[in-house]
Design a protein around this ligand. Structure first.
Ligand code: CU
Length: 128
């Protein structure tokens, strides 16, 4: 069990750390132009070389950890996403065109998103 737990942490870090940093830097400057931001994000997502280059649709369930209506982002502790081979993790999604004003920390949600590497943009989110 100890070995498994250690491996999980390593996978989680490998999957999330670098791309999340990129995404955070982006929000500040590119929020008003989500289309442009997505394109630039794809171009700078080189570290995730094993991810598909095009955007992929996926869905998942999780718990809202934080909502930033100013930046237009929702941080979700989500379960595994088989379509993307993602382990369970906590990450920040762009809200895109979704109204996130009704969400709050602690909400259990089902959501759909498009992903370019580790850059996720919500397309639908529903509270359970
Ligand atoms: Cu994730």
């Amino acid at each position: 069990m100890k070995t498994f737990a250690t491996l999980s942490v390593v996978v989680l870090l490998a999957a999330c750390s670098a791309p999340q940093g990129e995404a955070t830097k982006f929000e500040a400057t590119a929020a008003p132009q989500p289309q442009t931001a997505t394109t630039e994000a794809a171009a700078s997502a080189a570290p995730m070389a094993d991810m598909p280059a095009g955007a992929t649709m996926a869905s998942a369930s999780g718990k809202v950890e934080a909502v930033d209506t100013t930046a237009g982002t929702v941080t979700i502790a989500h379960g595994p996403v088989e379509a993307l081979k993602w382990p369970a993790m906590t990450m920040t999604f762009k809200a895109g065109d979704i109204d996130i004003s009704g969400l709050k920390s602690g909400d259990q949600v089902d959501f759909e998103f498009t992903s370019t590497g580790m850059d996720g943009t919500l397309t639908k989110i529903t509270r359970e």
